[in-house]
Write a protein that binds this ligand. Structure first.
Ligand SMILES: [Zn+2]
Length: 198
């Protein structure tokens, strides 16, 4: 497969996003090596290594959708996934990824609106720049929050991404949803259960 400049950039970003899997004293060296790789080297790297779990015809976004590669998920429905960009232009820079590789973003679906609303509520975003991208043949919608003070694009640290993810996802669970997946609110469960105990 021949990869484009944009694909090569995405693969680099993706690899940099996996740095936490390497020992801390090796990360700086690995970052330098990844950043200095040419398109051809990236291409060979993807072919020869199993690091990204990419099969012959598999794309990075499909491997994120299938959970083989980690991502910072902020929303999901049965057709789409919303993940944080690893190399954000602004806080909450998000990629909307259809789960089906050949699927276009469903214009009738309100998923994009839901994600936008969430970013507005949680991060105070008022405006978005939206870009339709096609990376490794996978259709992506990029949502870039505009705050009016954008800085240079920079690779976000794991901590930054985790904090933004937490901010966006916090208090999503309403106490009535008693499905056992609420480790963060044990008091609420107890309060909710009490009246049922005679
Ligand atoms: Zn794909």
């Amino acid at each position: 497969m021949a990869i484009s400049e944009e694909e090569s950039k995405k693969i680099k970003e993706h690899l940099l996003g996996q740095l936490s899997q390497f020992p801390e004293d090796k990360r700086e060296q690995i970052t330098k090596e990844i950043n200095s790789m040419t398109n051809e080297q990236i291409e060979n790297f993807v072919k020869e290594n199993n690091l990204t779990h990419l099969g012959e015809n598999e794309c990075i976004f499909c491997s994120i959708v299938s959970g083989q590669n980690p991502s910072y998920k902020i929303a999901e429905d049965n057709k789409n996934l919303a993940i944080l960009e690893l190399n954000p232009l602004s806080k909450g820079h998000t990629l909307i990824v259809p789960k089906d590789h050949s699927q276009e973003i469903d214009k009738k679906s309100n998923f994009v609106e839901i994600v936008q609303k969430k970013l507005e509520e949680r991060l105070g975003t008022k405006e978005f720049q939206k870009n339709n991208l096609k990376i490794m043949d996978h259709q992506i919608l990029e949502l870039i929050p505009i705050y009016g003070n954008e800085k240079e694009r920079h690779p976000a640290t794991k901590k930054e991404l985790e904090e933004i993810q937490e901010e966006i996802l916090r208090q999503q669970i309403v106490p009535s949803e008693l499905d056992g997946s609420m480790p963060s609110a044990p008091e609420k469960i107890i309060q909710k259960l009490k009246p049922r105990i005679p």
